[in-house]
Design a protein around this ligand. Structure first.
Ligand code: GDP
Length: 371
């Protein structure tokens, strides 16, 4: 049996070879001598999750979603709670057809510690409906803190009913991290790991066996260019993504005041009574308050320097600002969400007119307050 294992990869079953790293079945001789019986490609997928790291353009992604729609399956869509609007898959209901969808909301650990999780779940249900998604379940997770995975597994077991389970998500929502947790804690990967390709693409699909005869199929992520996190230099990504639970900052603003978020965004309070705004974003991006009438000049002089990150080099890579005028109606408390940067809660119910400037293409939305 030992000899046999060394001839074939125990992951994908291809014939192992020790000569050409570019060819299928490559296993470095040294690793083989130490008893490894899995090809380098499977090893990498197993340990570094390269399928999850693969990214797709919109067309390929839609092709895969369409493909899923023709199967009888359960879809698990991973969403980033820090960027709900930006990480939602547009047109998901159309593509998955009749197949049930579980929304797995990741990065719970970023919400302030006092957050009421049930309220967030209700909020997600409500918001999903606005986008035509009627999930059979909403599960809140933190891949980072290892929270919620028992619920996720339970939801998958409850709803799969013998069907395949496809995991889909935009890039940077934490899909690899979630899959890695599932592999580590809920799978018996040494037994089997099937790698195949989507019809018409060269893209790997990785079937990961879970406990109790279930398995999940990991799919490559889609890059949504409307997320600031996908536009910035890698170095700036670290400052955009909060590293700890968000500590909201409250600003009392008068009409005619402006806030800069480093050089990533500018928010003007154009019209309304003096009121407070609560900002949920990464502390690594300093907020600078100024008078609106001085803001253009300040930005021209200090962008990428005092107003940073990004620095001038990072800024050179971003599109120029484009302007969004937002009318916040009286009544329900609303958030202004800036995809990848965070959100601003408008605390007064008296209404306000705001002007948001962000690199062109970044998605800006107004929504009922999440918190
Ligand atoms: P993928 O592109 O969707 O596969 O996402 P990754 O798993 O590579 O994660 C993207 C970024 O989000 C990385 O910086 C991760 O460290 C971070 N991340 C993933 N899961 C969590 C989580 O539960 N909480 C927090 N705070 N960050 C996470």
């Amino acid at each position: 049996i030992r000899e046999q294992l060394r001839e074939q990869c125990s992951g994908c079953g291809v014939k192992l070879q020790h000569t050409d790293p570019q060819e299928l079945g490559y296993l470095p001789r040294q690793a083989a001598e130490k008893g490894t019986a899995i090809c380098q490609r499977c090893y990498r997928i197993k340990h570094y999750n390269e399928a999850s790291d693969a990214v797709l353009n919109e067309n390929d992604f839609l092709r895969i979603l369409n493909e899923i729609g023709t199967t009888n399956s359960l879809v698990v869509n991973i969403i980033d709670i820090f960027d709900f609007e930006g990480s939602l898959i547009q047109g998901l209901p159309r593509f998955v057809g009749q197949n049930p969808v579980i929304l797995a909301i990741n990065k719970l650990d970023l919400l302030p510690k006092v957050t009421n999780v049930n309220k967030v779940i209700n909020w997600v249900q409500h918001q999903a409906k606005q986008y035509g998604i009627r999930p059979v379940d909403v599960v809140i997770l933190s891949a980072k803190k290892n929270l919620g995975f028992d619920y996720l597994i339970e939801a998958i077991q409850d709803h799969r009913q013998g069907r395949d389970v496809y995991v889909v998500g935009a890039t940077n929502v934490g899909k690899s991290s979630v899959i890695n947790r599932l592999i580590r804690d809920y799978s018996d990967l040494d037994e089997e790991l099937t790698i195949s390709q989507y019809p018409g693409t060269t893209l790997d699909v990785v079937k990961i066996p879970l406990e109790r005869n279930a398995s999940i199929i990991d799919t490559p992520g889609i890059v949504y260019h409307h997320r600031l996190t996908e536009m910035v230099h890698k170095r700036d990504l670290q400052s955009l993504l909060p590293q700890k639970p968000i500590k909201p900052a409250v600003y009392q603003l008068n009409e005619g005041q402006t806030l800069f978020f480093g050089s990533f965004a500018r928010v003007d309070f154009v019209q309304g009574e003096r009121q407070s705004f609560t900002i949920y974003h990464s502390n690594a991006i300093p907020i600078h308050r100024t008078k609106r009438e001085k803001a253009d000049e300040l930005y021209a002089e200090h962008r990428g320097k005092m107003l940073a990150p990004p620095n001038e080099e990072g800024l050179a890579q971003l599109p120029d600002f484009s302007k969004h005028t937002l009318k916040i109606a009286r009544g329900e408390k609303m958030d202004i969400s800036i995809s990848g940067l965070g959100w601003i809660k408008v605390n007064s119910d008296q209404g306000a007119i705001m002007e948001v400037q962000v690199p062109k293409g970044v998605k800006v939305s107004v929504r009922p307050s999440i918190i």
